[in-house]
Design a protein around this ligand. Structure first.
Ligand SMILES: [Zn+2]
Length: 175
């Protein structure tokens, strides 16, 4: 028996047992309601080498907390964001309202109903790919004010690997 800790989720829709790993180290085993718990354990045991390897990978990957904004002033952050919006808007050609840098506590960006685009001042501390993803995400909300398939298709027009980048973004904290 492996010593892997996991959570069990029961699903009425699941037809097979499956394992989901999260970058924070959580292991979730989803099983059909009728499958016994022992079957979930067997499955984890069989997959244990793979799970360990993945967890190891997540653990070793550097989590980069963002430091306080030091060298970059808010004006610089605004100039940076505006230039990236301009760059991507050559493709999208969307009309937007005011662009501002906000001291959001938990958001990277937002798009208001009045089409104003707001970005967290820490965006300048992110690697460019992550910052660009956030900018494109909010830019696309100007056209699709939701997270529908249409919205993601729009994002993918300029950032085809947005899924990967979005997952990576979870490794960057606001503190
Ligand atoms: Zn969104």
């Amino acid at each position: 028996m492996s010593s892997i800790r996991y959570e069990i989720k029961q699903s009425t829709k699941a037809r097979h047992i499956r394992i989901t790993l999260y970058p924070d180290g959580r292991v979730v085993v989803t099983k059909p309601v009728r499958a016994p718990r022992s079957a979930a354990q067997d499955f984890v045991d069989r997959k244990s080498a793979w799970i360990q390897k993945k967890l190891e990978y997540y653990k070793n990957r550097e989590v980069q907390p963002l430091g306080p904004v030091r060298s970059k002033t808010l004006a610089e952050a605004l100039a940076f964001v505006k230039s990236r919006i301009e760059y991507y808007n050559q493709h999208y050609g969307l009309t937007h309202g005011k662009v501002s840098i906000k001291n959001h506590k938990s958001l990277w960006g937002s798009c208001s109903a009045r089409k104003n685009l707001n970005f967290n001042h820490k965006i300048v501390e992110l690697p460019l790919v992550q910052a660009d993803y956030i900018i494109v995400h909010e830019l696309c909300h100007l056209k699709e004010f939701n997270h529908s398939k249409k919205f993601w298709a729009l994002v993918a027009e300029t950032i085809p690997n947005y899924r990967e980048i979005k997952n990576e973004l979870r490794n960057y904290s606001f503190r």
